[in-house]
Design a protein around this ligand. Structure first.
Ligand code: TYD
Ligand code: MG
Length: 458
């Protein structure tokens, strides 16, 4: 075989290039290209290990002849977790669960795996970060002193695989994938190559044995699962923990789910006895001011299937020669864009001001329906005038200053009315056909119209 077909693969994003470059052409990371493909073929790979495919050669069949059996699901009994998983753990499915240290990954998974063990499933908890004694201590703390979950303190991949083959558990937790290493590879434990290869092996094992495997992954400061973004492509489901470790509330969001809806969220509260689901979470991201304060605007965001009320805070303060724009929980580029729209279409200038915006409670809002609330909060802070009591707003704002509809506006309005909000500024296209009891709605088409309505009201 000709050896001129070499290919270079990025260890960060998995992108490929036909020649070596200092900078990855896909993700622009430096010095991440290594020779070889990410998914080594059977036979010797670049690390010298042998990857004999575990599955036998499959037959080629027309789609119609392939049985489309529904996935076998095992609900964990923790409703909020089952909701993000799309109904429970799937047989042979691989779930990656990421989040900041100390946010509650190990706690939640121990609770889930204990519930499954109690329901009669054969489980396995592989701990690489903590000793068996530490896991036992957590189980006592969770009020599960009689837990029968088998715990394996191990970090070597081959030993873990051996135990998986021998015990054939229904579900195995690997806490965490970053601690697992394989003897077969020359690279250091914890390196990108190690994490990726170990995850690939575990994924193959899950598929061939039907064991559900949950990989716990660390998140870097930048918010990505450490190193290998490529892990996200390998697994079936990617869940992220969000939330402020200083507050008690935690959000789990499905970023990718081959067995359910994405962007569905589960809401938990961290208590003395572990994570408890919050079944009616719509009001937890509000900071409950007694009286309205300048720079605060409540919006209704629709994450997954449930509307959530989130307070957007803004602080506009005179800045130096190069004023800062900072956002927490909202997209910073979008903030810059909204400031330009405010200036151009509503005559609100913040050029020489520092602008800070924050979504309360550590929640991250990615939908553009937050635009209107962000702009109203900024204007309110700039003018030092609070928005009216019981006020909410949502709607996307375009570059031309038009206010665009948000999906399922009715549901958002109803949820706000249920929580006692009485006044709303929303996009014209979201105007309710039948009035919502207790809610006065101002439907607007343009940002300057929204500003005028608010000025009149406050
Ligand atoms: P942990 O699950 O260890 O986090 P991770 O695995 O994501 O790093 O959770 C750690 C935090 O949760 C720790 O600061 C203690 C707190 N905690 C409680 O408040 N209540 C509890 O019942 C438990 C087990 C932990
Ligand atoms: Mg942990």
């Amino acid at each position: 075989m000709a050896k001129d077909k070499s290919i270079f693969t990025c260890t960060e994003c998995g992108g490929t290039s036909a020649r070596w470059m200092g900078k990855c052409p896909s993700c622009n990371a430096w010095n991440t290209l290594i020779e070889g493909s990410t998914e080594p073929a059977a036979g010797k790979n670049r690390f010298g290990s042998v990857h004999a495919s575990l599955a036998p050669t499959s037959e080629v069949l027309p789609l119609a002849q392939i049985e489309a059996a529904d996935f076998e699901r095992h609900p964990t009994g923790i409703d909020e977790l089952d909701r993000v998983l799309g109904g429970g753990m799937v047989e042979g499915g691989v779930v990656l669960i990421g989040g900041d240290p100390g946010i509650g990954k190990s706690t939640l998974l121990l609770q889930a795996v204990d519930a499954l063990q109690r329901s009669g499933m054969n489980t396995l908890y592989v701990t690489g970060e903590e000793s068996g004694a530490q896991v036992a201590m957590r189980s006592r703390r969770l009020g599960l002193p009689d837990s029968q979950v088998p715990v394996l303190p191990e970090i070597q991949l081959e030993k873990i695989l051996h135990t998986l083959q021998a015990r054939q558990p229904g579900i195995a937790i690997i806490d965490s994938i970053q601690t697992v290493y394989s003897d077969q590879l020359t690279s250091a434990p914890g390196s990108v190559a190690q994490v990726r290869e170990c995850a690939a092996h575990l994924t193959r094992t899950a598929k061939s044995t039907g064991t559900t495997i949950v990989l716990v992954g660390h998140v870097t400061k930048e918010g990505a699962l450490a190193g290998p973004r490529v892990l996200e492509h390998m697994v079936d489901t990617v869940l992220y923990f969000e939330g402020d470790t200083h507050s008690n509330f935690r959000l789990i969001r499905a970023i990718k789910n081959r067995f359910g809806a994405v962007n569905e969220i589960g809401v938990f509260a961290m208590t003395e006895k572990g994570l408890k689901g919050v079944s009616n979470p719509s009001a937890i991201f509000l900071s409950q001011h007694a009286e309205p304060v300048p720079g605060s605007c409540v919006m209704v965001t629709l994450e997954g299937t449930r509307p959530l009320l989130v307070e957007i805070q803004a602080l506009v303060d005179s800045g130096g020669p190069s004023p800062r724009r900072l956002s927490v929980g909202l997209d910073r580029d979008r903030l810059a864009m909204l400031l330009a729209v405010l200036h151009r279409h509503a005559g609100v200038a913040c050029m020489d001001q520092d602008v800070f915006v924050n979504a309360v409670g550590g929640v991250r809002i990615s939908e553009p329906a937050a635009d209107l609330a962000v702009m109203l909060a900024i204007t309110s802070s700039l003018r030092g005038k609070p928005l009216p009591k019981g006020f909410i707003a949502f709607g996307e704002v375009g570059l031309a200053g038009e206010v665009r509809p948000a999906p399922r506006g009715q549901d958002r309005l109803k949820e706000a009315a249920k929580l006692g909000y009485t006044l709303a500024v929303i996009p014209k296209a979201n105007a309710p056909k039948t009035p919502i009891p207790g809610m006065r709605v101002h439907a607007v088409e343009r940002i300057e119209e929204a500003m005028a309505v608010v000025r009149e009201l406050s």
